[in-house]
Design a protein around this ligand. Structure first.
Ligand SMILES: [Zn+2]
Length: 260
């Protein structure tokens, strides 16, 4: 087995790679040992996933959706009592704990007649370069996940020259390199969908690989929706031209879409 990013022998690697971070609610979408070597797995965790998950946008998503990390903890976040900003740990949907110093501030605010508590619903998104590299990483992994039952899938992905740009960009971009990606909200964070058996459920994430163009010049796009925000990136290189029609969000109506 060789790593789909650095192409080095990964037969002795032990890490189980999560396509979407565990801290965003993914426990099922994983890759067999060695698909991503331990070094690359570590690199992505430290240099891409951690800063993404700690950005205010994802921090508040995790806080508000009570998403637990690997250590089964929901991250702490800042909440607002009038003019006081305090650090809160979430114990339940409407139950919080505070440090004693912050608790004193809240008590003083309430004693002075204050009556407002606010929890931000969104925050500043992570850096664009980081976001696009994260999408590149998840996209190549999703291809591996999709193809893992095909004979010689590992050789095919490692030797596919058309995927060299995306693996390089995810793992070792050139200085200043920044790929385009798409981002738009397609449904509300808490909206529910109907399941086939008639239940109502919250969509945590969904992702897919789309192929556009002709068979000779096909392009693979990775599309993932996380709590209602859809992200897309071209796995063939830095261009979203085949996915957008003159700047408007959404697939081109004349593109030939089929599941890869
Ligand atoms: Zn590797």
């Amino acid at each position: 087995m060789r790593c789909i990013f650095c192409k080095k022998d990964s037969s002795l690697s032990v890490a189980i790679e999560h396509v979407i971070p565990e801290s965003l609610g993914n426990t099922k979408l994983t890759l067999p040992k060695g698909t991503v070597c331990d070094r690359c797995n570590n690199y992505f965790a430290t240099h891409i996933e951690q800063p993404i998950l700690q950005s205010n946008e994802f921090l508040y998503l995790r806080f508000n959706q009570e998403l637990k990390n690997k250590r089964r903890k929901v991250p702490a976040a800042k909440v607002i009592f009038g003019d006081q900003v305090v650090n809160a740990r979430r114990l339940g949907s409407l139950s919080f704990s505070f440090d004693s110093e912050d608790f004193a501030k809240i008590e003083a605010y309430l004693a002075a007649g204050g009556d407002k508590m606010m929890i931000p619903v969104s925050g500043t998104p992570p850096d664009d370069t980081l976001t696009s590299r994260w999408l590149a990483k998840m996209g190549l992994e999703m291809l591996a996940h999709r193809w893992q039952n095909i004979d010689r899938w590992n050789d095919y992905i490692v030797e596919h020259a058309g995927l060299d740009e995306v693996r390089r960009y995810a793992r070792a971009p050139k200085p200043g390199e920044k790929w385009d990606y798409g981002k738009r909200r397609i449904y509300e964070q808490n909206s529910s969908i109907s399941t086939p058996d008639g239940q109502s459920a919250q969509m945590i994430y969904e992702c897919d690989i789309l192929a556009t163009g002709t068979e000779e010049s096909s392009e693979f796009y990775f599309v993932v929706a996380i709590f209602g925000v859809e992200y897309s990136i071209n796995l063939g290189g830095n261009s979203m031209d085949g996915y957008y029609v003159s700047g408007s969000a959404g697939p081109s109506p004349d593109a030939d879409f089929s599941n890869a």
